[in-house]
Design a protein around this ligand. Structure first.
Ligand code: ADP
Length: 477
């Protein structure tokens, strides 16, 4: 143990106190800045609320430039834009804390919208009371009343809203029929299976007959088997009653299996909106590429060199011409795109009512864009620069094995680090330079750790991502 003299101890204590004070001062400064951003945003929203609000004709629920800054001035949602059509099943998905629930709760009216416009069924809804929005919220905790029958559980909400008895009866029976609960109406929750209880909980929501469901992780308390069963039941229910659903989950499998369209979020920002197929096959950036799909897409560091890729282990891939064309078009367009963005930001800066804090945010953004423009200029000139290669585990093959791929890369020899046996296939882990690659290989042949194997990639399924923005560089036919 280190022995300290009394003076040294004192010096350390003083130093610690000084650091704490500095930190507190920094916090206060940050808090002040956040406070200003909040006030400036609210001021712009107040001005916007005076304008005439015309609901978009072709969407059922419309979220336009929605921002949410919480009371403690943490911005949870940034410029959220989404047009939802009737009967869509929209899934908001992303890691914990990315702003999914906040967005859902703003649609429900359980959280104020700091700025932006929300329209529901042709009506400007920012200031509507939750009860006037004609939506039904389904939460994670669905606690049924244990002493009440299934019928009474489902009827309870309507009874509280003083619906006539005959109408309650009609709705409960209609919901029970859709959910195949007719035989169980007299039972108590204790006499039902977990899946049936979950259906009763859904029943309580559908008797409201609003046709719009907002669901916040409704399955996360269930065991894995029940979750799989309920996934398909909720989708079937959504279709059976022609509902419009917004569903929040952090589980990409739920998003992929249930959604008609997925909204992938990260850090309060939308990353991509698309059908499950679009998001899986054409992820817009490395975040979406690795978040959607399991095991995740491999992202490998590479060097782009005049139409060739060189991986960290020296392995070279001659890119098909569509990728070379896509690469050139992407980098050629970057400067113009950045200039367009900068021009838009500068135009906003002209607004005399834009507060100082928002002005500063715009200026910081312009600086960053200008820095990127300079980097892109160098890349466009040199045609030799770092890049990211993306390949899904199922698009990696063992050389010589039969594949569905029409064009493969040459063979790359790797040493197997581990091989997870899954019955029909292995997940084979191997190192490429300092990065780990996962390949989903057929288990017809045994594969074991430390074995040397030759791998190749399906050239039609590779993805290129820009190193600076992490954005996808699409191929151009
Ligand atoms: P998700 O649903 O994606 O997990 P949330 O929408 O719940 O994320 O939260 C987004 C961000 O907002 C997080 O940083 C969270 O800490 C913050 N947040 C959520 N609710 C509140 C609140 N009531 N007050 C302050 N911050 C909040």
């Amino acid at each position: 143990m280190e022995k300290l003299t009394r003076e040294e101890k004192k010096a350390r204590r003083l130093e610690q106190r000084r650091l704490e004070k500095e930190q507190a001062a920094e916090e206060r400064l940050l808090e002040k800045k956040r406070d200003l951003v909040y006030k400036d945003t609210i001021a712009l929203q107040k001005r916007s609320e005076k304008e005439e609000k015309i609901a978009p004709a072709d969407s059922f629920i419309s979220l336009q430039h929605i921002n949410k800054i919480y009371g403690n001035h943490v911005q949870a949602v940034f410029d959220f834009n989404l047009e939802i059509k009737k009967n869509e099943f929209i899934v908001l998905v992303g890691p914990s804390g990315c702003g999914k629930s906040t967005t859902l709760r703003m649609v429900a009216g359980l959280e104020n919208i700091t700025s932006g416009d929300l329209y529901i069924d042709g009506v400007y809804a920012n200031n509507l009371e939750p009860k006037d929005r004609n939506l039904t919220m389904v939460f994670q905790n669905y606690a049924l009343y244990p002493h009440m029958s299934v019928y009474t559980n489902m009827a309870f909400g309507l009874k509280m809203r003083k619906f006539p008895k005959a109408e309650i009866d009609r709705r409960v029976h209609a919901a029970a029929k859709t959910l195949q609960l007719e035989e169980y109406l007299d039972r108590k929750p204790g006499e039902l299976s977990g899946g049936q209880c979950q259906r009763v909980a859904l029943g309580r929501a559908i008797v409201r007959e609003t046709g719009v469901f907002l669901m916040d992780e409704p399955l996360s308390n269930l065991d894995a088997k029940l979750r799989v069963q309920m996934r398909s039941e909720i989708v079937a229910l959504h279709e059976a009653i022609g509902a419009t659903t917004i569903y929040v989950t952090h589980d990409q499998t739920e998003a992929m299996t249930m959604a008609t369209r997925i909204v992938v979020m990260k850090g309060g920002y939308i990353q991509q909106i698309g059908t499950p197929k679009e998001v899986y096959n054409n992820p817009t950036n490395t975040f979406v590429a690795t978040f959607i799909g399991s095991p995740a897409m491999n992202i490998l560091t590479a060097e782009y060199d005049h139409g060739k890729l060189r991986l960290a282990n020296g392995f070279e891939i001659a890119l098909p011409s569509s990728f070379v064309k896509g690469h050139d078009a992407f980098y050629f367009a970057q400067e113009a795109e950045i200039e367009e963005k900068i021009a838009a930001l500068r135009a906003e800066l002209e607004d005399p009512e834009l507060g100082e804090s928002l002005k500063q945010i715009h200026l910081d953004e312009i600086n960053k864009l200008e820095e990127n423009a300079a980097k892109f200029r160098l890349i466009a000139e040199s045609k030799c620069h770092p890049i990211k290669l993306g390949i899904r585990p199922e698009d990696v093959y063992e050389s010589g094995e039969p594949t569905e791929a029409t064009k493969l890369t040459a063979s790359m020899e790797v040493e197997v680090f581990s091989a997870e046996y899954l019955g029909k296939e292995y997940f084979v882990h191997a190192d490429v330079g300092e990065e780990r690659l996962i390949a989903k290989l057929s288990a017809k042949k045994d594969i074991a750790a430390h074995e040397k194997i030759s791998l190749c990639f399906d050239l039609g399924k590779i993805h290129l991502f820009d190193e600076i923005t992490t954005n996808s560089i699409p191929a151009v036919e």
